[in-house]
Design a protein around this ligand. Structure first.
Ligand SMILES: NC(=O)c1ccc[n+]([C@@H]2O[C@H](COP(=O)([O-])OP(=O)(O)OC[C@H]3O[C@@H](n4cnc5c(N)ncnc54)[C@H](OP(=O)(O)O)[C@@H]3O)[C@@H](O)[C@H]2O)c1
Length: 242
């Protein structure tokens, strides 16, 4: 059994993955932006044994503050970097900076980053970006291309870590909208399976859709783009990912 942190577990795919992992007997740390949000949405999971960590992922100090919270609870084997937003100035802080900083600061052997089929429409450009999120300077697709490249970069830098990116499909969550055509249950299955790590097929680093490896946008595998992304994130956070 594994110890697994799921970010953005208050609703949607994060809640689904956390619930599934808890039912399988894993130790689950659920992350929510605040204790109030957790009380509203995670009461049931916490009654069933999930531990809570809180922090606004758009706030660098709050992301840093998650690390001692997780450590006090005994650390984790795996992290599902699930929290995300589809629009607004928080796109870069929440979708890219927070996963980077948590990965740099929090040891874990298995990492799962939520990508999207929409990463294929992203621009592999880092010019003029406001990483702090005072202004919206990147699209959702841009951010998902970056986080897919981040997953591949971590796999390269940390050969002892299984670092995966997942396209969950277009599913009917708050973000996906009620009319989304794909299966909600299948939407979190791959993340939970990769994080649990009980199937030897998960002992790898790749880009996935519904438990099958797919080829991501070529820029995600471009080491020059990965290195430029890591440099920009290090400059913004003051923390190097090693
Ligand atoms: N749904 C889809 O069709 C789809 C397709 C491709 C990829 N994805 C990806 O899958 C992941 C989950 O998506 P979803 O559909 O489940 O979205 P969702 O229903 O909107 O849930 C997003 C989660 O992220 C949390 N979150 C957002 N901003 C946060 C912040 N600043 N601090 C802390 N937590 C924050 C939300 O917390 P609050 O409830 O407090 O806001 C919520 O728990 C995202 O990364 C998304 O990009 C989704």
């Amino acid at each position: 059994m594994s110890r697994i942190l799921v970010t953005g577990a208050s609703t949607g795919l994060g809640l689904g993955a956390a619930r599934e992992l808890l039912e399988q007997g894993h130790t689950v740390l659920v992350h929510s932006r605040s204790a109030e949000r957790a009380e509203e949405h995670l009461h049931d999971l916490m009654q069933r044994g999930a531990a809570l960590v809180t922090g606004d992922l758009a706030d660098l100090d709050a992301v840093r503050g998650l690390v001692p919270q997780v450590e006090r609870l005994g650390g984790v084997d795996a992290v599902i970097h699930n929290a995300g937003v589809i629009s607004g100035p928080s796109i870069l802080p929440v979708n890219v900076v927070a996963p980077y900083l948590l990965t740099a600061l929090l040891p874990a052997r298995r990492l799962v980053f939520l990508s999207s089929g929409m990463h294929r429409g992203g621009r592999a450009s880092l010019t003029g970006l406001d990483w702090a999120g005072a202004r919206a300077t990147a699209s959702y697709s841009d951010s998902k291309l970056m986080v897919t490249a981040l997953a591949a970069a971590v796999a390269r830098i940390r050969p002892d870590v299984f670092s995966n990116a997942v396209d969950p499909g277009w599913v009917p969550t708050r973000m996906g909208g009620a009319g989304a055509p794909d299966d909600l249950e299948l939407g979190h299955r791959t993340q939970a399976w990769l994080a649990a790590g009980e199937d030897p097929a998960t002992n790898t680093s790749a880009y996935w859709f519904h438990q099958r490896q797919r080829e991501p946008h070529p820029s995600a595998r471009d080491e020059a783009f990965q290195d430029a992304l890591l440099d920009a994130l290090e400059a913004h956070t003051g923390v190097r990912l090693t």
